[in-house]
Design a protein around this ligand. Structure first.
Ligand SMILES: C[S@@+](CC[C@H](N)C(=O)[O-])C[C@H]1O[C@@H](n2cnc3c(N)ncnc32)[C@H](O)[C@@H]1O
Length: 387
């Protein structure tokens, strides 16, 4: 990601002045830090020891950027926003950001100045670099062509028919990709939990959520925090309408302050945020269901009937997942056992409707090893090469 690194400190100060003059507060124990040497852009660091539950900053609702706060809402019919939302829940916010980012006297000018303008996500990679992702399944999920089609069909007509608000020279596809990438990497979409952590810090599922908050929004300052799997030490909470970033554990001086972007596998981290974590307990390998049955099946005559039966009983998934517990799911074991049956065995099963038990046995061990080796061979590079 690229920022206007030349005047890093000035941009920070301008942003902090703006944030505080609009009612935000920032603890004197934190500061911005340039993590570009780690390829992580700007982040937030503790400049003093911080105790659990300390408030790191709070964000006034008036500077949360959304279709409800952007001045575009006064210039465009609400029905346009509703129509856009039906196509894609991010589009109203993306359009507002396209507008506010180019507006001379936008309330959010210092905020846009601190946000990156170039991104490391695969959306912006060239073909040679994308080829490195072969086998990961990321390439199919980038969706660049689809996003461009949707821009042309749904956003461009609004831009073109409102020439007093928009200028096609700046409100173009490039700006759409830039704002879309910011929404993907920075926006908050999930409901913000209510602060109950002091009494019940471990009981996440008992936390209420702030009811009114499920729009897609940009939260200045909250999105300055980086993520590192397993190192989350701060979280955003909502307490009586107040948005507060709170330390969820002790943070020592000089440690980076990390929010969590979720329990994401490497493919999702890369696709949405443009980075991966070396050690990621949430990492997975996806095995396409069709690939599994095609590889394991031993009898063409009964193959389709077997697939039909597995689908009916929700045993055959579109995607089987292998995770870092290295356990093979009961569904995959049963699918493998059925696909390895000969005609006689399968006919018997169809009559009895008695499915094989989901335990590993010698009949399927070797076919599964071969399946995993075939899946592994789909990756163009190996971990050894990467390191
Ligand atoms: C919500 S923003 C965080 C602030 C951002 N670093 C900045 O400079 O504006 C999310 C982006 O930060 C970067 N980022 C976050 N955590 C990272 C990490 N552990 N390693 C590399 N980049 C990271 C990625 O570019 C990601 O898309």
């Amino acid at each position: 990601m690229t920022h206007n690194i030349l005047n890093f400190e000035e941009i920070n100060q301008e942003f902090i002045n703006w944030f505080c003059s609009n009612g935000g507060t920032i603890s004197s124990k934190i500061a911005f830090k340039d993590y570009s040497s780690e390829n992580a852009g700007r982040g937030v660091v503790a400049i003093d020891n911080i105790q659990p539950f300390e408030v790191l900053f709070n964000i006034p609702h008036s500077i949360v950027l959304s279709e409800k706060t952007s001045s575009l809402k006064d210039l465009i019919a609400i029905s346009e926003f509703e129509r856009l939302r039906e196509i894609n829940s991010w589009f109203p916010l993306i359009l507002c950001m396209m507008y506010e980012s180019q507006k001379e006297n936008s309330l959010w000018r210092p905020y846009f100045n601190i946000l990156p303008r170039e991104f490391d996500t695969p959306m912006f990679w060239n073909e040679g670099d994308l080829a490195e992702l072969e086998g990961t399944g990321v390439i199919d999920k980038i969706g660049k062509a689809d996003a461009e089609k949707q821009f042309n069909e749904h956003l461009l007509p609004i831009i073109q028919s409102n020439s007093s608000i928009f200028d096609l020279k700046m409100h173009n596809l490039e700006l759409f990709h830039c704002m879309g990438s910011l929404v993907m990497a920075n926006a908050f979409q999930d409901k913000i939990p209510k602060k109950k952590i002091k009494e019940n810090e471990d009981k996440e599922d008992e936390e209420d959520e702030e009811d009114e908050k499920d729009d897609v929004t940009m939260m200045p300052m909250a999105d300055m925090l980086n993520h590192k799997t397993g190192f989350n030490n701060a979280r955003l909470y909502c307490d009586k309408g107040l948005l507060e970033m709170i330390a969820i554990k002790e943070i020592k001086k000089d440690e980076q302050i990390y929010n969590t972007y979720g329990e994401l596998c490497s493919a999702d981290l890369l696709r949405k945020y443009g980075f991966v974590d070396e050690d990621n307990v949430h990492d997975i390998v996806e095995l396409n269901g069709q690939f599994v049955v095609d590889t394991i099946s031993i009898d063409e005559d009964t193959k389709d009937r077997k697939i039909e039966m597995l689908l009916e009983d929700d045993l055959l998934d579109d995607i089987f997942v292998l995770d870092t517990t290295y356990e093979i799911s009961p569904e995959l074991i049963i699918t493998a056992k059925i696909m390895r049956m000969d005609k006689v065995q399968f006919n018997k099963l169809q009559k009895s409707k008695k499915f094989p038990d989901p335990k590993m046995n010698l009949d399927i061990k070797q076919p599964l090893i071969q399946l995993f080796e075939k899946r592994l061979a789909m990756y163009k590079t190996s971990i050894k090469v990467r390191k």
